[in-house]
Design a protein around this ligand. Structure first.
Ligand code: C2E
Ligand code: CA
Ligand code: CA
Ligand code: CA
Length: 279
């Protein structure tokens, strides 16, 4: 770094400059992509204990004109540094709500739910409740088919305002679940303060529950906790039949993971759901 004037510092390190340029370029590309509508939802099926499909988690993909289909890991973290994530969140909610409205007119799919992921910056936006309800209603979706996945760290900030927003949405039927449950550092007492419907057992526990008795213990305790509090639960990241059997032995009754179904385009999901829907 070479100083230009007293306090200003300019970076001439070419590697660092490239990183800064790359970030700025991606940010720019992202906001154009929002305008051009290059985002699609993939749907990963969620199963009950009879392996019937009860709903899906909507997972965002960027259909990039040159680089192909991009997973959220490559653009969500950057989007979360600005209000772009709020616009992306609206797109996700709109697409999911329109899908729910379409399913409500198809008797075989009418009972399916959709879970969407909500970032902290989205939830903490002051218009979140009004905008979300506006989007859901405009699409003609039943809010009680929609669930929002929140992380423990989201729930750990701005607690009072968050509780109030959740209650406002809950009154209209929207459900909330804690994503990646057990990986944050929150105290257990917070769970009872939020109007939650379900706990999502993190895939790290699922991945190790066969070989590691402590993981198995945690899975069992989380399910017991959910039961005791009148909450639902689901295990995510189920990749093997052995894991599925172990989870069932530990009392688990809802599952999501590559073993049972990958995230897939909506037409594929609908075809799979038609064949394996819970009645
Ligand atoms: P997440 O919410 O924890 O989602 C689960 C991730 O695990 C997804 O990755 C999913 O494809 C993947 N997965 C599903 N089954 C398995 C399995 O059996 N094994 C393994 N190893 N992985 C599995 P994906 O789609 O790349 O999404 C990554 C993260 O990006 C999500 O983690 C979520 O935090 C975020 N994300 C995705 N869509 C959205 C969105 O619409 N809005 C926001 N704010 N974040 C999103
Ligand atoms: Ca999730
Ligand atoms: Ca998760
Ligand atoms: Ca995660």
């Amino acid at each position: 770094a070479k100083s230009a004037g007293r306090n200003a510092i300019r970076f001439f390190d070419p590697a660092m400059q490239r990183m800064i340029d790359e970030r700025a370029r991606l940010q720019d590309e992202l906001s154009h992509a929002v305008e051009r509508g290059e985002f699609v939802l993939y749907y990963q099926p969620q199963f009950d204990v009879e392996q019937k499909i009860v709903g899906a988690e909507a997972l965002l993909r960027w259909q990039h004109p040159l680089r192909g289909l991009l997973a959220p890991g490559s653009f969500i973290p950057l989007a979360e540094t600005s209000d772009l994530i709020v616009r992306l969140g609206d797109i996700v909610l709109r697409q999911a709500s329109e899908r729910l409205a379409a399913w409500s007119r198809m008797p075989a799919l009418a009972r399916l739910g959709i879970a969407v992921n909500v970032s902290a910056r989205q939830m903490h936006d002051e218009d979140f409740v009004a905008r979300s309800l506006g989007i859901i209603r405009a699409a003609g979706a039943d809010p009680s088919r929609l669930s929002m996945e929140l992380t423990e760290s989201l729930l750990a900030t701005d607690i009072e305002a968050t509780i109030e927003k959740m209650h406002s949405l809950r009154r209209e039927g929207v459900c909330f679940s804690v994503d990646d449950f057990g990986t944050g550092f929150s105290s257990l007492s917070y769970i009872q303060r939020f109007p939650l419907s379900s706990l999502k057992i993190d895939q790290s526990f699922v991945a190790t529950c066969v070989d590691n008795p402590r993981s198995a213990g945690i899975v069992e305790i989380v399910i017991g906790l959910a039961d005791r509090l009148g909450l639902g639960h689901i295990a995510e990241g189920v990749e093997t039949a052995v894991q599925l059997e172990q989870l069932k032995a530990l009392g688990c009754r809802a599952f999501q993971g590559y073993l049972l179904g990958w995230p897939m385009p909506v037409e594929e999901f609908e075809a799979m759901a038609l064949a394996r829907v819970a009645t």
